[in-house]
Design a protein around this ligand. Structure first.
Ligand code: ATP
Length: 215
């Protein structure tokens, strides 16, 4: 059987239990061999609060010790400038070869602006896309652009088909609905709350040690 790698990109400002749930859910569903977590320097989000190095360190702490292989891929922060997912997927595809199944994981909020991603329809030539529902963002939301919804419907397949093909399919998980966002966590920390139920304890310790998200 070909290898299967799940990819989880994000700003992780900070990483939280919703990210862990997203990764673990699809790792299990796909029977993937590795989860690659890719902290980004996004071109779409406003200035981030933690530095790229701090975000990558929090990601490494959060994803350590899970019952599946995890690789923290620092290529986007190493580039030192905002990068596009298409460039990262091209680099990973060149590295792993044509046959490996690459499954890019995302929350349903990402569907709403996927058509603004660089070369968005070419992304399907490089990877599969696995989308999890998020409270407030339904998979069939009217705010998902029609072209994006059509692509996802047309390419919809079972996890085992994604496992067996290199790219080009989609998979939806409606049963993962963790009501956690980094925005809400930053706001809670700013108010002086600990947000302990939303962040892994090692990450919370890191945030407190580095005095992050205070203002
Ligand atoms: P922010 O609130 O700052 O926008 P975020 O919580 O959405 O941040 P990101 O780092 O932007 O976190 O997310 C990385 C990826 O994880 C995205 O694809 C996002 O949709 C997904 N994700 C984040 N939180 C959840 C969640 N609770 N359930 C499912 N997917 C999630």
């Amino acid at each position: 059987m070909n290898a299967c790698i799940a990819l989880l990109g994000g700003t992780f400002d900070p990483v939280h239990k919703g990210h862990l749930a997203l990764g673990a859910h699809f790792m299990q569903l796909l029977g993937a061999d590795q989860l690659r977590v890719i902290p980004s320097l996004p071109w779409q989000k406003a200035a981030l609060q933690a530095t790229p190095e701090q975000r990558a360190e929090m990601v490494a702490l959060a994803f350590a010790g899970l019952p599946f292989p995890v690789l923290i891929d620092r290529q986007e922060i190493a580039r030192g400038k905002a990068t596009y997912t298409i460039d990262t997927l091209r680099a990973i595809r060149a590295e792993v070869g044509a046959d490996v199944s690459l499954c890019f994981l995302m929350g349903a909020d990402q569907l709403q602006n996927l058509d603004s991603w660089q070369e968005w329809s070419t992304l399907f030539e490089l990877a599969h896309f696995c989308v999890a529902a998020r409270p407030g963002f339904a998979l069939d939301d009217a705010s998902v652009p029609t072209a994006v919804a059509e692509q996802f419907q047309r390419r919809l397949a079972s996890p085992s088909r994604l496992r067996g093909a290199a790219a080009g399919l989609t998979c939806l998980a409606a049963d993962l609905a963790e009501d956690i966002s980094a925005t809400a966590i930053r706001a809670a920390l700013q108010r002086g709350e600990r947000a302990a139920s939303l962040i892994p304890p090692v990450v919370l310790d890191y945030i407190e040690q580095h005095n992050l998200y205070k203002n």
